[in-house]
Structure formats: structure tokens, C-alpha cells
Design a protein around this ligand. Structure first.
Ligand code: PEP
Length: 268
């Protein structure tokens, strides 16, 4: 069974004071769900220490939004996977579309980051997704397959499945435009089928183990419908994760959609 997972991506938002206020409101709202799903909060680097302390022993994990593919050395401004591990991070986002678009990260760079995160025993969250132009040119599947293939080339298929794949259509991130359930369903199915096709026959069905989550303007009002889709294992939440009530409601929607509260899980 694939355990549902919900990740908060705070992006470059927050302050010591506002983080404290957010966490104080958020933690009681997540208490009910922490045993039945994986929950993680990814603050900006300078606040990792603060958020780690606030998370304490709640079982909610700490995550980072980015990582260097290098171990150490003369890489000004970079942060290594070892440092993130030392800070208590469990999850690390790699290849978020804002990193790819604004900082020129290529799929090969992202694959190298995926490797460095896995190498430390942390869980990489590989973000993939198409731009609006690519969707309109019917390139969605090709683009996403190339983004995943780069990671398979770097670490192999079995290692891909040790991470999480987040499908985030670029045109839906932070725009208020959510992909329709049909669009999400198709891409998630495509991802699983692609992984299944990549697997050698003897290796078992890795595609059924891989957690594939959705991100892109998930809000309390659309979360349940999206999370009810059979191939959607959770969400990566940007804007709405900055509001304790919204993120708590989204966690509740994931719990309900995946049947974890009643024990009727949607995935066998
Ligand atoms: C994100 O940053 O990964 C994201 C999905 O953002 P938003 O929820 O704001 O669209």
C-alpha cells in the first residue's frame, strides 16, 4: 500500500515570528493525521532549525526546498545534503519548476541532486511538469518522461521509487488555475505506465510502489476531488500551506480521500 503524503512548500516566505504563529496553529490541526499519512513542512533554509524545534516529536517531518548536488567545497550560497541531514530534514524537493525556470536547472542537474539526497538516506521529491506552451503543443507526456528518464539514467529505476514524484503542471503553480481531475488522472497514469515500461520484467511492478503526488493551486475546495483520484497519493502544497486552516483542511481531505481514517484505503 502506498502511504499518503502531504508536503508544505513555503517557498521564500516567512519570518521567525510568522513561522512560530503558523506552526502553533497548524500542529493541532495535523495531530489527527500524523500517524496515517506522511506530513512534511519545507521552510526556507534559514528557518530549518526553528521549524525543526517547533516540530519536535510530533512525527511531522522537516523538508528542504532545494539542495546542492555537491558534497562540500567552494560553492558559495549552496547547501549540501549532508547539511540538510544534520538539520533533521527527511524530505528534499528537487527540480521544482521555479528552480528549473528561474535558476536554469536542467534535468541532469536535478538528477544529480536526486542522487545526492538519496545517498544520504533522505527522500527526494522529484518535481516534474509541463509549461502551458508544452501542453498546448501536446508535449506533456514527452516532457515529463524526459524529466523522469534523466533520474532513472542517473540512479536507476529502483532508486527512483525510493523517492516521491510530484506532478506539478507549471501553469497551475501559484496561478489559481488547477488542472482538471481528468488532466491530473491522465498524467499520473502516464507516469506510472512509463515507470512500468522502464522496468525489467523480473523486477516486480515498481510503478505500483512509487508515490506520485499532485501540486498546483491545491486548495481546501478542490483537494478532496484531486486526492480521490486513484493514482494520486497526496499533494505538494504551496500557497495554501501558509494558512494553517487551509493546510489542515487539505490534510483532512487527503485522509478522507485515501480512506486512512476509516481503514478503507483506496490502494491495495
Ligand atoms: C508549489 O509551490 O509546489 C505549488 C504547488 O504551489 P501552489 O500550491 O501555490 O500552486
Amino acid at each position: 500500500m502506498r502511504k499518503p503524503i502531504l508536503i508544505a512548500n513555503w517557498k521564500m516566505n516567512g519570518s521567525l515570528q510568522s513561522n512560530q504563529a503558523l506552526m502553533v496553529r497548524l500542529l493541532p490541526r495535523l495531530r489527527l493525521f500524523r500517524k496515517t499519512m506522511d506530513l512534511a513542512v519545507c521552510p526556507p533554509f534559514p528557518y530549518l532549525f526553528q521549524v525543526r524545534d517547533l516540530l519536535g516529536y510530533t512525527g511531522i517531518m522537516l523538508g528542504a526546498q532545494n539542495v546542492s548536488s555537491y558534497v562540500s567545497g567552494a560553492y558559495t550560497g549552496e547547501v549540501s545534503a549532508t547539511m540538510l541531514q544534520e538539520m533533521g530534514c527527511r524530505y528534499v524537493l528537487v527540480g521544482h519548476s521555479e528552480r528549473r525556470a528561474l535558476y536554469g536547472e536542467t534535468s541532469q542537474d536535478v538528477a544529480a541532486k536526486f542522487r545526492s539526497v538519496l545517498g544520504l538516506g533522505l527522500i527526494p521529491v522529484l518535481c516534474v511538469g509541463e509549461t502551458l506552451e508544452e501542453r498546448e503543443n501536446n508535449q506533456t507526456r514527452t516532457v515529463i518522461e524526459q524529466q523522469i528518464q534523466a533520474v532513472i539514467d542517473e540512479v536507476g529505476l529502483a532508486s527512483l521509487a525510493r523517492g516521491v514524484v510530484a506532478y506539478e503542471p507549471v501553469w497551475a503553480i501559484g496561478t489559481g488555475k488547477t488542472a482538471t481531475p481528468e488532466q491530473v488522472s491522465l498524467v499520473h497514469q502516464d507516469i506510472r505506465q512509463f515507470v512500468a515500461r522502464c522496468a525489467p520484467e523480473a523486477s516486480g511492478d515498481i510503478s505500483q510502489e512509487l508515490r506520485v503526488i499532485y501540486g498546483g493551486s491545491v486548495k481546501p475546495g478542490n483537494a478532496f476531488e484531486l486526492f480521490s483520484l486513484p493514482d494520486v497519493d497526496g499533494g505538494l502544497i504551496g500557497g495554501a500551506s501558509l494558512h494553517a486552516d487551509d493546510f489542515g483542511t487539505i490534510a483532512g481531505a487527503l485522509a478522507e480521500a485515501s480512506g486512512v481514517l476509516t481503514g478503507e484505503c483506496k490502494v491495495e
